[in-house]
Structure formats: structure tokens, C-alpha cells
Design a protein around this ligand. Structure first.
Ligand SMILES: Cc1cc2nc3c(=O)[nH]c(=O)nc-3n(C[C@H](O)[C@H](O)[C@H](O)COP(=O)(O)O)c2cc1C
Length: 222
């Protein structure tokens, strides 16, 4: 499966089988995480075979068998949320190409527990986790806005702009808000997101999806 296919096939999955990740899969994920961390100066980490990220309540009603997750961590700076959105998205979609399912969690996990296990440097923060594993199912397509509600192109809309916008509409967003505004003119594109505390994370995820759909060579961010 390619990343483009992963964009189309990925849906939130909160219940998993108890199948463990093989050493080969763990190694591949760790390589992808390390690459992103180096390139963007982040501290994302893969935690495996650990069931402590969720409270008993969440485990009872929402999640099942979550035992692997990427911790979205990095220095507490202005652009960290957006970078973790962008890079977390890269690892999440890569995991999908390896046959895994995922669940981005910004709120309903136990940050306290993670901080206890991790001993993160004082100047770093966690913006969320991404649960990974073999889903009990593959999830379902979320309800979606249409392209006209989130995008505007000045002039004749090129195919790459349409494809970029379609890919953004497939992205996970906090509370499925899809609070994006994408504007295009010639080969220049701007995107903003207005989703409260998760605006910057969603923005990073949205940018990643747009680049995959549109093709990075076809446009420039404004
Ligand atoms: C930044 C962010 C935070 C999220 N936080 C939570 C959360 O705390 N709990 C939860 O159950 N789902 C959470 N989600 C998952 C969204 O509800 C889900 O992505 C959205 O409904 C779209 O569905 P999809 O992922 O199947 O496309 C979050 C997603 C994102 C991108």
C-alpha cells in the first residue's frame, strides 16, 4: 500500500486484536520516527506492549487492547504542535502501509501515566498519542464537509488543487471538525485551521494530506 492509498484507507480504530507487533514492524516504525525526529527536531517515541495509556473508564467504554502507541513529544515551542501534527501524520500513514490501524488521541488518554513512564525533559511537552495495532475492524469513513465548504481557488481550479483538497477532507481532525480554509491562486496555496486547542495539530495533519493529494512539486505554500 502506498501513502496515497493509506490516506484513503485510514479510519480511526479504537478496538484492536491482541496480536503483537513483530520486531520487524517495530524497527520500521522506529526508523521512520527517528527520521522525522532528526529532520524536525522532535522527540516522538514508540511505546509497545504497554496498556497503561488509557484509564479504566476509557478501556471499558471506548478502547480495547490498545498496547502500542506513538507519543507525540517535542520541545515546547511555537511551532511544535504543527510539526507533531505533520510528522505524526507521516508515521501514522506509514503504519497504515504496513497493515496497521491507528487512532489519534489528543484528549482521552492519561498524560500523567505517560509522563511517569517517559521522564520527558522539563522543556518538552506531549500533544497527544497515536494508538497503533491490528484493528478488530478497519473503521469507517467519517462524515465529511465538501470541497466547496473548505476551499476556494481563484480562477480555473487545477486538478492538483482538487486532489489536495480531497486528501485534506480524508484527514483525521479533532472532533472531526474539518475546520480548514484552503485558498489557492496560480501555484500558491494557503491553509488555516480554526479548531480551538487542536488548531495547530490539525493544521499540520491537513498540510501533510494536501501535499500527498496535490503532489509537492505542483504548488508552493504561501
Ligand atoms: C488532533 C486530534 C485529536 C483527537 N483526539 C481524540 C480524542 O481525544 N479521543 C478520541 O476518541 N478521538 C480523538 N481523535 C480522533 C477523531 O475523533 C477522528 O479522527 C475524527 O472523528 C475523524 O475520523 P477518522 O479518523 O476516522 O477520519 C482526534 C483526532 C485528532 C486529529
Amino acid at each position: 500500500m502506498t501513502i496515497e492509498e493509506a490516506v484513503k484507507n485510514r479510519h480511526t480504530v479504537r478496538k484492536y486484536t491482541d496480536k503483537k507487533l513483530s520486531d520487524e514492524i517495530k524497527e520500521k516504525l522506529n526508523l521512520r520516527i527517528t527520521d522525522n525526529n532528526k529532520k524536525y527536531n522532535l522527540n516522538m517515541q514508540l511505546m509497545t506492549d504497554n496498556k497503561e495509556a488509557f484509564s479504566t473508564l476509557i478501556k471499558l467504554f471506548l478502547a480495547k487492547n490498545v498496547q502500542n502507541y506513538i507519543i507525540l513529544a517535542g520541545k515546547d515551542e511555537n511551532d511544535t504542535d504543527e510539526k507533531l501534527g505533520y510528522c505524526g501524520c507521516d508515521v501514522m500513514l506509514y503504519a497504515q502501509t504496513l497493515g496497521l490501524n491507528s487512532w489519534w488521541v489528543g484528549e482521552t488518554f492519561s498524560k500523567k501515566t505517560i509522563l511517569k513512564i517517559l521522564s520527558l525533559p522539563a522543556d518538552e511537552k506531549i500533544t497527544g498519542i497515536i494508538a497503533l495495532g491490528y484493528g478488530a475492524n478497519n473503521g469507517t469513513q467519517h462524515k465529511s464537509k465538501n470541497a466547496e465548504e473548505i476551499s476556494y481557488y481563484e480562477g480555473n481550479k487545477p486538478e492538483w488543487f482538487k486532489k489536495g483538497t480531497e486528501a485534506v477532507l480524508l484527514a483525521p481532525t479533532a472532533l472531526n471538525k474539518q475546520a480548514f480554509t484552503i485558498k489557492g491562486i496560480e501555484n500558491k496555496v494557503s491553509i488555516i485551521c480554526n479548531n480551538g486547542n487542536f488548531s495547530k495539530t490539525d493544521l499540520g495533519i491537513g498540510k501533510y494530506h494536501f501535499e500527498i493529494g496535490a503532489g509537492k512539486d505542483n504548488f508552493e505554500w504561501k
